[in-house]
Design a protein around this ligand. Structure first.
Ligand code: ZN
Length: 266
């Protein structure tokens, strides 16, 4: 698949600091650029990964950016200095958002109360620093919605990444003027059906695309590889455009403009 006639895509969530990319992240970034994905925001999932994400972004000089945060799965490993460390990391030019942070009550790798404590601390940090926030929610829509609402007026922007929830959650998030990130979940014939319906309710100016690589490989690529890459983002674009009955060019242009404005990319 090629996007030669489409505007450059922005992958707003790629876990390039994940060990799956340790050997070849430069090659992965090059392949992404060839596929029309010229800009990548690398997700920080804990302090170590956030630091690594910022190093990788900086080494690429201007086309890559990163986030600084702690995923709810890692909340139990947070120590008292973590917010201070994220604050100093966020001063770097390439760090364009706070997160990934949020609530994940699906598997509760961290106790819910611990997740909530560090989620709120990161929402406060994002508000203080006037940086947008990159949010994760799984099986926790109610408490997540409550906490985001509590802090919403202090936040300059917030994206619910890898949205896979239901209509009620989507309407609530859109009602709070949140952005919605769509991954290759939508490419999955079996489990992506609801998302293909719901994505049509998202106003075009609230929509962004993400690979969430190395996870969430679009199923049509399973025969060739096991690992997702940012260069496969055009598959997500295609599925989103089909579901919305819009042209890939239109969706590409809008999602890229949204990402540039949201993360304040030059
Ligand atoms: Zn996530």
């Amino acid at each position: 698949m090629t996007t030669t006639n489409s505007p450059q895509l922005v992958d707003i969530g790629c876990n390039l600091a994940h060990r799956a990319f340790r050997e070849d992240h430069d090659a992965v970034v090059s392949r992404a650029a060839e596929a029309g994905v010229g800009t990548i925001v690398i997700t920080g999932t804990d302090l170590r990964a956030s630091r690594e994400a910022s190093w990788i972004a900086r080494a690429q000089g201007g086309r890559l950016y990163s986030t600084a945060g702690v995923h709810p799965h890692q909340a139990k490993s947070c120590e008292d200095g973590v917010i201070e460390a994220l604050r100093s990391l966020a001063a770097a030019r390439e760090v364009v958002a706070i997160g990934e942070c949020g609530l994940d009550f699906d598997r509760n790798f961290s106790p819910p109360a611990t997740q909530e404590k560090w989620f709120e601390a990161q929402l406060e940090l994002a508000g203080e620093l006037k940086k947008p926030v990159f949010l994760h929610e799984r099986a926790a829509a109610e408490r997540f919605g409550f906490l985001v609402k509590k802090h919403r007026s202090d936040l300059v922007g917030a994206v619910v990444h890898c949205f896979t929830s239901d209509a009620a959650a989507l309407d609530r998030y859109l009602g709070m003027d949140l952005h919605i990130g769509i991954t290759g979940w939508i490419c999955d014939d079996r489990r992506g059906g609801l998302l293909r319906d719901l994505v049509r309710r998202v106003p075009l100016d609230r929509l962004m695309l993400e690979s969430d690589a190395p996870f969430l490989l679009p199923p049509e690529l399973r025969k060739t590889t096991k690992r997702n890459e940012p260069g496969f983002l055009p598959h997500v674009l295609q599925s989103v455009a089909e579901a919305r009955r819009e042209s890939p060019e239109e969706v590409a242009a809008a999602t890229t403009a949204n990402a540039r404005a949201f993360f304040r990319l030059p």
